[in-house]
Write a new protein. Structure first.
Length: 364
């Protein structure tokens, strides 16, 4: 998969932009606050329908303007998509947004998932290891949703039911009546929970195959990495339903649902030690990089398409060994790198083309 062109209008600090990319490595170099990450954000909008930086679309619209526009022209790299395709996104200051695929409006923004497959790696991804389970659940969900629309639908339905169930738990005045009403939700809740858990387990099984091999290479065979899926409940639908009923009184007291895959986590060990809690900064960097590169390989394996790699100012965070391995890994992918200065490892790449970003302009 390759992006050919990005067109922006009134997006962040870009008044008008038409940028033609190379199929290899595109390096965006410039000082801070010039608009490098804004370009990655625009790609994210057309890839997932949302920003990885803000929950408020209006923040992406230039001051004084009523809307912003993004268009990305792309094609496949496996012979299945010979003609160019376009994804367009309109963001409006009133909070609404709309999208089109090949000029045909999409009914739901989430329909964009999987059209342009991307893997983003930034310094903030260290939070994948350092912070709580929510970050690791998001990592799972974002990767699976890009390759599995059935999972995306199940995830949406699960969270709708979870919000409704929690609302009932918080507003309970008569516990007996509330228990009867909640039991109606629980059968559907258990069904969607079961689907999520089974798909996540399959994802973790593939991650546990790819990431340790990558970690072994990055660390010079010094670190042994292992994964486990830490499930809050069994993947058996009947057992999920039973646990929901067993915990109902506790849920009513707490006003929230304590059973389900919204409480899952990924266990990560390095040399038999829980790297989430006890890992050094270097080990956490290695773990995060291994998981992101594994995500890239898994996505390509499942779709037959080579995902686009977005590296947001990460080279300066990596030591020489990690830089070298990363550069070797990206040679077969279209890659967009942002940086304030070009590292030697990038200069040595034959396919790298450097663009300078200056106050909302991209210069060759």
């Amino acid at each position: 998969m390759k992006i050919q062109q990005i067109v922006l209008r009134h997006f962040r600090n870009y008044k008008e932009l038409e940028w033609n990319l190379t199929p290899g490595v595109n390096v965006l170099m410039g000082a801070n606050a010039q608009g490098k990450t804004n370009l990655l954000e625009a790609i994210g909008y057309c890839s997932t329908g949302r920003s990885h930086r803000t929950s408020y679309d209006r923040e992406c619209i230039q001051i004084g303007e009523t809307d912003a526009f993004i268009r990305i022209v792309y094609n496949g790299d496996d012979g299945r998509q010979e003609r160019a395709n376009t994804v367009e996104m309109h963001l409006r200051r009133n909070g609404t947004k709309s999208a089109a695929l090949n000029r045909v409006p999409v009914q739901k923004i989430n329909d964009l998932f999987g059209c342009i497959q991307t893997v983003l790696f930034s310094p903030e991804d260290l939070a994948l290891i350092k912070e709580g389970p929510a970050k690791r659940r998001k990592f799972m969900d974002m990767e699976i949703c890009q390759v599995d629309k059935v999972y995306l639908h199940a995830l949406q339905q699960y969270h709708i039911l979870l919000r409704q169930r929690n609302q009932l738990l918080k507003n309970s005045s008569c516990q007996e009546e509330m228990q009867d009403l909640i039991s109606v939700y629980d059968e559907q809740f258990a069904s969607f929970a079961c689907r999520l858990i089974k798909r996540r387990r399959a994802f973790i099984d593939r991650l546990a195959w790819w990431a340790p091999a990558i970690c072994d290479q990055i660390s010079g065979h010094q670190e042994k990495m292992e994964f486990r899926y830490e499930m809050n409940v069994s993947e058996d639908e009947g057992l999920i339903l039973k646990k929901l009923r067993d915990h109902l009184e506790q849920d009513l007291r707490m006003g929230t649902t304590t059973v389900g895959p919204h409480r899952d986590d990924i266990g990560i060990e390095m040399n038999g030690m829980d790297v989430r809690t006890y890992g050094s900064q270097g080990q956490k960097r290695t773990a995060a990089l291994s998981m992101k590169l594994a995500e890239m390989e898994m996505m390509g394996e499942e779709t037959g398409q080579s995902p686009i790699l977005l590296l947001d100012d990460v080279m300066s965070e990596l030591d020489e060994n990690r830089q070298r391995y990363l550069v070797q890994s990206i040679e077969k992918h279209q890659t967009i790198i942002t940086c304030t200065g070009v590292e030697d490892s990038i200069r040595k790449m034959d396919q790298a083309r450097i663009f300078r970003v200056v106050t909302g302009r991209v210069e060759s």
